[in-house]
Write a protein that binds this ligand. Structure first.
Ligand code: NAD
Ligand code: ZN
Length: 380
């Protein structure tokens, strides 16, 4: 047992008090884990676009004050009642969606949409008692995605933690806890391109490039990157993207440009932008008869997907996925092993590193579209 088990831990967290305003480093109190919960010492965290969306809160339900962060790695500090399979000192990756192990989804081979622990962007409290584990002088601070990793310590439901190989470097595999596994799984588990096929990737951020990495591993021969930011193209070459389309360079819809390039449409497309128009283009750019489009980006909450039904009748398939269809506890450890066995390249996604005190810089990089992943180190 650790010396802090059962006690409130005072520590530093980056708190978002208002939408779009820089995070403020605050002393927060982190309550001990309750039944089925685990308290984690976060070692490294990074920023994913989903944090940025909910921090900006433009097309989303605002909930403040809140501690964001869901892509991270850490070490178990203490466990609550009833927790099985996790002990003090275990190395873990928190995940924004969980696996209770008992529900119909967890028992299905096809789904990772756990009834109990699936992603919930509007909840700011823990499931067991509807309360937060963070407070500042008695004021509760909301959780985000059940993970809130922008804090030296955090409390997470045990079903949202993957226990990983203790030899895996936490400052690298932290990005497997969301973005990279999401993009990789969207290709390998959902789009499933055949060897020699063409794959269009919309959005060349870390998630899109991880989808490209999946296409490379699958042996796709044409990997077509679509992005409005031309700065992305140079970087994307390293990920096997071999053709580029910037929608801004064309006066016709990008789906028509891709149909012309591919003799009728791409075999697969994976949308990783969150932009509703890109989602529609990603669907309409796949070949009739066999094309499959996979939506990954998180849209504005009021966005509506519109296409002519004939596009579906013509034997195109539209799919969507959270976390690349990986079950977090069961499957994530094997994604870490793919990295350990050098099948999956992870280092090339890491373009920046900052100490925790400079976490706002990670937001600046992402807002400016610079680089892919910025690792925030909790120990200065
Ligand atoms: P990012 O900001 O690094 O990359 C997004 C890219 O999309 C940028 O390069 C941007 O220029 C490009 N883009 C935006 N609008 C576009 C358009 N209309 N056409 C072409 N390109 C466009 O973000 P990221 O961290 O790679 O995340 C990508 C998306 O995936 C986000 O929406 C994020 O919320 C979502 N996401 C989903 C899941 C899931 O489980 N479904 C998990 C993680 C992230
Ligand atoms: Zn479940």
């Amino acid at each position: 047992m650790s010396s802090t088990a059962g006690l409130v831990i005072p520590c530093t967290a980056a708190v978002a008090w208002e939408a779009g305003k820089p995070l403020v480093m605050e002393r927060v109190e982190v309550a001990p884990p309750q039944a089925m919960e685990v308290r984690i010492k976060i070692k490294y965290t990074s920023l994913c676009h989903t944090d940025l969306y909910f921090w900006e809160a433009k097309g989303q339900t605002p909930l403040f004050p809140r501690i964001f962060g869901h892509e991270a790695s850490g070490i178990v500090e203490s466990v609550g009642e009833g927790v099985e399979g996790l002990e003090v000192g275990d190395h873990v990756l928190p995940v924004f969606t969980g696996e209770c192990g008992d529900c119909a989804h967890c028992k299905s081979e096809e789904s990772n949409m756990c009834d109990l622990l699936r992603i919930n962007t509007d909840r700011g409290v823990m499931l067991s008692d509807g309360k937060t584990r963070f407070s500042i002088n008695g004021t509760p601070i909301n959780h985000f995605l059940g993970t809130s990793t922008f804090s030296e310590y955090t409390v997470i439901h045990s079903g949202c933690l993957a226990k990983i190989n203790p030899l895996a470097p936490l400052d690298i595999v932290c990005i497997l806890s969301c973005g990279i596994s999401t993009g990789l799984g969207a290709t390998l588990n959902v789009a499933k391109p055949k060897k020699g096929s063409s794959v269009a990737i919309f959005g060349l951020g870390a998630v899109g490039l991880a989808a490209a990495e999946g296409a490379r591993i699958s042996g796709a021969s044409r990997i077509i990157g679509v992005d409005r930011n031309p700065k992305r193209f140079e970087e994307a070459r390293k990920f096997g993207v071999n053709e580029f389309v910037n929608p801004k360079d064309h006066d016709k819809p990008v789906q028509e440009v891709i149909a012309e390039m591919t003799n009728g449409g791409a075999d697969r497309s994976i949308e990783c932008t969150g932009n509703i128009n890109a989602m529609i283009s990603a669907f309409e750019c796949v070949h009739d008869g066999w094309g499959v489009a996979v939506l990954v980006g998180v849209p504005n909450k009021d966005a509506v997907f519109m296409t002519k039904p004939i596009n579906v009748l013509n034997e195109r398939t539209l799919k969507g996925t959270f976390f690349g269809n990986y079950k977090p506890r069961t499957d994530l450890p094997s994604v870490v092993e793919m990295y350990m066995n050098k099948k999956l390249e992870v280092e090339k996604f890491i373009t920046h590193r900052v100490p925790f005190s400079e976490i706002n810089k990670a937001f600046d990089y992402m807002t400016r579209g610079e680089g892919l992943r910025c690792i925030v180190s909790m120990e200065e």
